[in-house]
Ligand binder design. Structure first.
Ligand code: MSP
Length: 659
């Protein structure tokens, strides 16, 4: 009989080259689930990959003077290296530049065009030239670019559109008929109320202003834009629409698309609509997970005294603590559907309490005692007593408990079930006191039962841990050589170990960490790195100085004097709401007050500016930025990377002219 199949996918990653432990989250969760279902007897296909087209890549490659593909290749290799370091067992790593993907996307685009689901029109948007970004009207902030606060202008571009609006009712019906389609459940209301009910707009699916993309083969001015390219990877990877579509026939529809919460909309609205248009079955489930926050930030750095001391680079963590420590933390610490927080301290505390104290201790104590009392040959139990019954029942019920949690996609709960058993077994050692039984020759039978129960707990727990922390779980199983070759869960349950089985004394699988010392070591390492980076930057600045800056045309003194520069005092400063870059400064000129909006929020905190003297261009025509009238401009130096205020001498009089 053919096995049940299970098809699971991660989103395809942008080749940003900025790989953090947060980036690893989706893939580690999918890997654990893929491994679980393989061991549970399913035929699994686990897909991951990279999303390689678009303007950003095109621009970065140009800056470096290489082709986009040359720019991306080493970044993709680095990502694959991280996956191999973390034992990620994907069945295919798809790249959107793979020729089979390109061909499939072209076919899909053409089919949708021919049947009228894609049509040609004009994309009209608000374009910010310095940011090279299009914005919709609703995204604008007071009519200005929401990123930099500058003027935008309407621009038109010939584009193809996908008739997303046509599918709104069918998507609502999909949610109604399949309440489990999108999880966690709260996300479904978000989709309905925030996106579908206000009205779905047709989707721009091609661009002529970008070159780095999949060409529309019947209109080669255009390249396919973003979502038809990216989302189609889930079926192109299986050979959809190609000569050999056997994998597609076998694995589609996907059982689970795992995605971060910020891209649920694309997976729960656009992707089903594309599939509906293609007349293909829909995925069974989309799961939108939360983020791993580091110091309150989705992607990266928490700063202690301005130096990031958190270990955000997966390579750093794996080098110091091993791959399974990182896997375990990610799988255990991000609660079902919501965000989780990484700090070095939370990480080390979790390792010590669960892996070293609970699991590590149980394994080392049990294997040591079987060696001490029975020469490493475990006798079969004699009689199960009342004290043993709960552990035996928990061991027998372990598979069902873990499977239930995995089915709910609640991985922390699945691990919790295993560690409940481990914790109970540690308590059982204290209750049964094998070291007392060991001194009493008449208690040999009882001692053998206690040791048997404990060894079964270890075998069962480590078997169930194989999908989550594969290499450490295998190390534990290696203590039971006759039972170490585990391919599936068929031997999970109590009473499998035969009389006289070998038990090898285990070396510590998870050495105990001196948290205080490690935190200090990590902080010292990160500070040293920071120093190094600063020195490198200084070196680069020196080198930069040697290159001639671009010189401007000469002006006369009269022309210069047209600019009225004055010393001003910052009396107050606040962030401009809804803008990442702007600060609003209240200035005193002695003879009058001014409000100035300045794009320096990336470089200065508002409180750092209050009380400082600045140079003000006092006769600049007022301009509105994010709805606030800016009455002048403050001067800064700008080396391309960093912006610094130009500060008058501390004793310069407020209001005095600078010339
Ligand atoms: N290319 C798109 C996906 C297209 S799928 C058809 C994309 N790529 S991404 O590189 O930005 O993100 C890939 C995955 O990594 C997403 O699921 C995202 O949520 C996840 N994570 C990146 N940083 C994360 C955290 N800090 N925490 C948890 N996951 C996060 O989006």
């Amino acid at each position: 009989m053919a096995k049940d199949t299970f098809y699971i996918t991660t989103p395809i990653y942008y080749p940003s080259g900025h790989w953090t432990i947060g980036t690893c989250y989706t893939t580690v969760v999918c890997d654990a689930m893929a491994r679980f279902y393989r061991m549970a007897g399913k035929d699994v296909f686990f897909l991951t990959g990279t999303d390689e087209h678009g303007q950003k890549i095109e621009g970065k490659a140009k800056e470096k003077g290489v082709t986009p593909k040359q720019f991306i290749d080493p970044i993709v290799d680095e990502l694959k290296g991280i996956w191999s370091m973390l034992d990620i067992s994907y069945d295919r790593f798809i790249r959107t530049t793979d020729p089979d993907h390109v061909a499939t996307v072209q076919k899909i685009f053409k089919k949708l065009y021919e049947q009228g689901d894609i049509y040609k029109s004009e994309y009209e948007g608000f374009y910010c030239t310095p940011c090279e970004s299009f914005w919709t009207e609703t995204q604008l902030n007071g009519g200005k670019c929401p990123d930099c606060g500058r003027e935008v202008h309407l621009e038109k571009e010939e584009s193809y559109f996908f008739r997303l609006s046509k599918y709104a009712d069918r998507i609502l019906k999909l949610y109604e008929d399949n309440p489990e389609f999108l999880q966690p459940k709260s996300r479904m209301n978000e989709m309905i109320n925030n996106f579908i009910k206000p009205g779905l707009q047709d989707l721009c699916v091609s661009r002529t202003s970008i070159k780095w993309g999949i060409p529309v083969d019947f209109d080669d001015k255009h390249v396919v834009y973003v979502w038809i390219d990216a989302l189609s990877n889930y079926i192109s990877a299986l050979g959809y629409g190609s000569e050999d579509d056997s994998l597609y026939k076998k694995f589609w529809p996907a059982n689970l698309h795992m995605t971060g919460k910020e891209i649920i909309r694309f997976h729960a609205i656009i992707w089903p609509a594309i599939l509906m248009a293609l007349g293909e079955p829909l995925p069974e489930k989309v799961y939108g997970h939360g983020w791993l926050l580091v110091g309150g930030d989705k992607l990266s750095k928490s700063k202690t005294e301005n130096v990031n001391t958190e270990l955000t680079d997966p390579k750093d963590i794996v080098e110091r603590y091993g791959k399974d420590s990182l896997r375990y933390f990610l799988l255990r610490e991000i609660p079902f559907g919501s965000d989780g927080v990484y700090t070095n301290e939370a990480f080390l505390t979790r390792l010590n309490s669960d892996l070293s104290n609970d699991l590590g201790n149980l394994v080392s104590r049990t294997t040591a005692m079987v060696n001490q009392y029975f020469g490493g040959k475990l006798p079969r139990y004699t009689q199960i007593e009342q004290l043993d019954e709960q552990l035996v029942a928990m061991t027998d019920g372990l598979y069902a408990a873990v499977e239930g949690a995995v089915k709910e996609i609640n991985v922390p709960k699945a691990l919790g079930e295993i560690f409940k058993l481990v914790g109970r077994a540690n308590k059982y050692i204290d209750e049964t006191m094998p070291w007392v039984l060991g001194k009493d020759p008449s208690a040999k039978g009882r001692l053998s039962t206690v040791m048997y129960v404990l060894t079964e707990v270890i075998r069962n727990a480590s078997t169930m841990l194989l999908p989550f922390i594969p290499s450490s779980a295998q190390k534990i199983l290696d203590c039971l050589p006759e039972y170490s070759q585990v391919k599936d869960f068929s031997k999970v349950g109590f009473g499998v170990i035969e009389d006289g089985a070998t038990v090898i004394k285990s070396a510590p699988v998870f050495p105990r960490i001196d948290i205080k010392k490690d935190l200090a070591d990590i902080a010292a390492m990160m500070h040293a790195r920071h120093e190094q980076a600063l020195n490198a930057q200084k070196g680069a600045e020196k080198a930069d100085k040697k290159t001639e800056p671009q010189k401007s045309e000469q002006i006369t003194i009269d022309e210069f004097m047209k600019t009225e520069l004055r010393v001003a005092l910052v009396e107050d400063c606040v962030k401009v709401e809804k803008s990442k870059k702007l600060l609003k400064l209240s200035l005193d000129l002695g003879y009058e007050k001014r409000t100035v909006v300045s794009g320096i929020a990336d470089y200065y905190k508002p409180e750092e500016l209050v009380g400082r003297k600045v140079c003000l261009v006092a006769n600049l025509k007022p301009a509105k930025l994010c709805g606030i009238e800016s009455q002048g401009m403050i001067l800064c130096s700008d080396d391309g990377d960093k912006v610094n205020l130009v500060a008058p001498a501390p004793d310069a009089k407020v209001g005095s002219r600078i010339r």
